[in-house]
Design a protein around this ligand. Structure first.
Ligand SMILES: C[S@@+](CC[C@H](N)C(=O)[O-])C[C@H]1O[C@@H](n2cnc3c(N)ncnc32)[C@H](O)[C@@H]1O
Length: 261
């Protein structure tokens, strides 16, 4: 089941905008990992192909992208129609329909906080990875809701909604253990905390606005009414403008090896 709550025809535009925020620096993120040009690489949850664009620039020979959203896959196919060695398919990461031990390396960027069954996805990605192959994960932890405002009622609202949504916003910190428990070894991780101020905050305000607009239909289900949702969004965006309200988030960079058989 596709539970990507902010899926929308404008999602490619939002992803491209988000990539311009300094905390989403793809070169830095990908530079953290080792890449081998002869590897067959899977970009799991590829969206419109921003990670793949970098991998093509890095001259990786063979890349496949899988995403649940047919619109994202179409955007990506159009973008890479002249690139050799790049292919895409629409599918669920819980059940990719790909043969066992297909890929040498898997990259997943910003997907786990959107999944309702992250452990099932870890198991499935382990299955399609060759023994000894690497999974490279870039994931935020505590996005959007790690926000303390002057408005105590609103702070309680933030907690309440976080508990209602099926996705785990604090998945980043759990991934190293989940990997270790699911046939990965040599798990290495590091994390950075980012605070939103100045230009970064201004960009995050716009990003949040887009998220909330795109996800209105899906997200409102976790509120008592659509007007409660609209009020929540209005309060959220207003509180972001107060420079003594602190919004922060952690980014995890994790690599792990599929246990050799
Ligand atoms: C925040 S976007 C990240 C896209 C891309 N990795 C990037 O860094 O630009 C998350 C993507 O995960 C996809 N997604 C979410 N749940 C999925 C699932 N169960 N199976 C496949 N794709 C999924 C969404 O369609 C969306 O394109």
């Amino acid at each position: 089941m596709n539970n990507y709550l902010i899926d929308h025809k404008n999602e490619s535009e939002r992803l491209n905008f988000q990539n311009k925020i300094d905390i989403c620096n793809l070169d830095e993120e990908l530079g953290h990992f080792t890449w081998n040009r002869n590897d067959y690489i899977l970009d799991a949850g590829c969206g419109n192909g921003n990670v793949i664009e970098k991998l093509v620039e890095m001259k990786m020979g063979k890349i496949h992208g899988i995403d649940f959203s047919l619109d994202r896959i179409k955007d990506a196919q159009k973008r890479f129609e002249n690139a050799s060695g790049v292919s895409f398919s629409q599918g669920s990461l819980e059940d990719t329909k790909v043969a066992d031990s297909t890929y040498d390396t898997i990259v997943c960027r910003y997907i786990y906080e959107h999944l309702s069954n992250p452990k099932a996805v870890i198991k499935e990605l382990n299955r399609v990875l060759k023994p000894g192959g690497m999974i490279n994960i870039i994931n935020f932890d505590d996005m959007v809701f790690n926000f303390y405002t002057k408005n105590e009622h609103f702070n309680r609202e933030l907690k309440k909604i976080q508990e209602r949504i099926p996705q785990d916003i604090q998945i980043g910190r759990k991934l190293p253990q989940y990997l270790k428990q699911n046939n990965f070894d040599k798990v290495q991780w590091q994390a950075q905390t980012y605070f939103f101020q100045g230009e970064r905050l201004a960009m995050e305000v716009k990003n949040s606005q887009m998220r909330f607009e795109q996800g209105r239909e899906n997200l409102a289900r976790y509120f008592d009414s659509i007007s409660d949702y609209d009020r929540f969004v209005e309060n959220y965006l207003n509180e972001l403008h107060d420079d003594c309200n602190v919004l922060s988030s952690n980014k995890y960079l994790i690599k792990a090896r599929k246990c050799a058989e």
